[in-house]
Every structure is written in C-alpha cells, then in structure tokens.
Design a protein around this ligand. Structure first.
Ligand SMILES: C[S@@+](CC[C@H](N)C(=O)[O-])C[C@H]1O[C@@H](n2cnc3c(N)ncnc32)[C@H](O)[C@@H]1O
Length: 295
C-alpha cells in the first residue's frame, strides 16, 4: 500500500466526500487501510493512476462507482452463519422475546443478500408452529451497489443452502428454474417462500442514516443483528453505531454482533452478555436510583 503525501490525502478526502454526497456512506469512518487498499485496486483496474483522476472518472461513470461500493462493502454471508448463535436465537432468544413482548421486531443491519434476515424468519416461523403466534416483522438493510436490489428477490443456488436444515428447506423454499443469466444453470435454484417474504422486508440504505431516522421516529426493535459489519469500521463509528442500536432497542431487547467483533468498554455498560463467550447481548434496564420504587 502506498504511503500518502499531503496532496494524496487531500484527493482521497475529496473522493470519499464525493461518495458520501452521492451515495450517503461515509467511508472516511471505515478502517483506513482497507479503504485505501480497495481504492488502489480500482484505480489500477481503471488505469486512472491517482485518486484525483479516479474521482473525475467516477463522476462520469456511475457504474464504476457501483463497482467501487461493491469492492468497499464485502457482501459475504451464509444462511445460519455461526450455527450456535442461531441455535441460541431459536431456542432461547426468540421464544423469550415473543413471550415478553407479544411480537418480534427484528432488524438485520448489513444483511448482505438477505441470508441473515431470512434465517431469522425461518426460526421465527418455526417457533410459531409450537407457540402462540405473535406478529413478526423483520427488516434487512444493506448498502445499494447496483446489484444488491436484484439479489433481494430471495433466490439462491443450491450450493448456498448447505447450512439450511432439511426441514427448513422443505418448509420455506421452493425450487425454481435458473434465471436468465444462467449463472447457476448446472445446479438447482431455490426461492424463499411467500410465507417468509411476507414477514421480511429488505431495503437499500446506509445503516448509520437509517438508525438515526429510526431513533428520530422512535421506531423500536427487540432484536437487532449487526454481524460482521463493525469490523470494517473505525472505533469511533463502531461506538456510534452501537450507541444508536442501544437507543432503538427495547429494554431487554437483544443485540447480536459477529463472532470476531467486540463491544468497547463504553458500549458494554448498556448490555449484559447472557451466554458466556457468545456475542449475543441483552439491553439492560436503566438503573433505578436507590430507594426509588417502581414508577
Ligand atoms: C460481511 S457482510 C455480513 C453479512 C451478514 N451480516 C453476516 O454476518 O453474514 C457485511 C455487510 O455489511 C454491509 N454494510 C457495510 N457498511 C454498511 C452500511 N454503512 N450500511 C449498510 N450496510 C453496510 C455490506 O454491504 C455487507 O453486505
């Protein structure tokens, strides 16, 4: 990775400001080394040579800006990623939330191609077969890069469903003919069922802006997943995102982060960690002053 001169830094700043203005994502708050490395690869691929010329290039070519956003946001995910987390969600967290709140309102921040919100939806609908049904709403949000919107239709090649239990595959997916691009023509394609789609809404957006909007509207959730996203952000942005999440979580609601991610000291005061070593956190009730009875 090249060392930046003051001139380079100035043009890098302008380039990131342009992305923020046009696409609403502030990559200056993402890990610097990763952003710089990905940018250098796009500069090389477009033979533009420098941030300054690359900025001119993307101004007239929105499709290159899409490619850059794709490069900067790593959309790798799988259904039921880290199976133990989903076992705990299905066995303890969702039943408890359904019983306590009488509804499930879930948000998957950085939902990639929908695998995470659809996995939660399968667990929730499975639970409803055993317990008293409650209202379920699941939202998934991810940065728009031109292709993500299309992926939200919920169609996946068979090879991407290896972590989906057979009973879920049979209950919540239907087999479809391969799409026009024939990318996966050699294998079966599966689409999530309408029952799953009826409780899941996927949208394009920047999580920071969306979290702020939700806080302003007092739109609350009882389970938020923000997994394998914080890792790309700098400490300041990580704390800001966790703070906003804690603001819009109901008391006793849950936050799930990625296996290799952590909550910083300042964020930990808002949460308990009910399953030792597992990155599932529960929002604490606000501390009552000593001697203060229930209000
Ligand atoms: C590595 S994937 C993780 C997907 C899923 N949460 C999981 O754990 O399998 C990270 C996702 O976060 C998304 N992302 C990164 N920054 C974002 C932002 N500011 N707003 C919304 N999504 C974002 C990326 O586009 C990517 O799809």
């Amino acid at each position: 990775m090249m060392t930046l001169s003051a001139y380079d830094r100035e043009w890098l700043k302008r380039l990131l400001a342009y992305i923020n203005e046009t696409r609403g994502i502030d990559f200056s708050m993402y890990r610097h080394a990763t952003v710089q490395r990905k940018l250098e690869l796009r500069i090389e691929a477009t033979k533009t040579g420098h941030y300054r010329h690359y900025l001119e290039h993307i101004k007239s070519r929105p499709e290159e800006l899409d490619s850059l956003i794709t490069a900067l946001t790593i959309k790798v995910s799988t259904f039921f990623r880290n199976p133990l987390v989903f076992e705990l969600l299905g066995a303890f967290v969702l039943p408890e939330l359904a019983a306590e709140f009488g509804f499930l309102k879930v948000w998957s921040l950085g939902c990639a191609h929908g695998q995470e919100p659809y996995s939660v939806a399968m667990l929730a609908l499975d639970l409803m077969k055993r317990e008293k049904p409650v209202d379920i709403k699941i939202l998934g949000t991810d940065v728009c890069d031109g292709a993500i919107g299309r992926s939200f239709e919920g169609t996946y090649p068979e090879s991407e469903l290896s972590d989906v239990k057979k009973k879920f595959l049979e209950s919540f997916f239907e087999r479809v003919a391969p799409g026009p691009d024939q990318r996966h023509a050699q294998e079966g394609m599966f689409r999530v069922s309408n029952e799953i789609k009826s409780i899941v809404r996927l949208e394009c957006g920047d999580m920071l802006s969306r979290l702020k909007q939700s806080r302003a509207k007092e739109d609350r959730y009882n389970l938020i997943l923000c997994r394998n996203v914080l890792i790309y952000m700098n400490r300041f942005l990580q704390s800001e995102v966790v703070r906003l999440i804690s603001d819009i979580l109901h008391e006793n609601g849950y936050l799930v982060i990625g296996e290799s991610e952590m909550l910083h000291e300042a964020s930990r005061e808002f949460f308990t960690q009910p399953f030792p070593g597992i990155k599932i956190f529960r929002k604490k009730s606000p501390l009552k002053k000593e001697g203060q009875g229930p209000s």
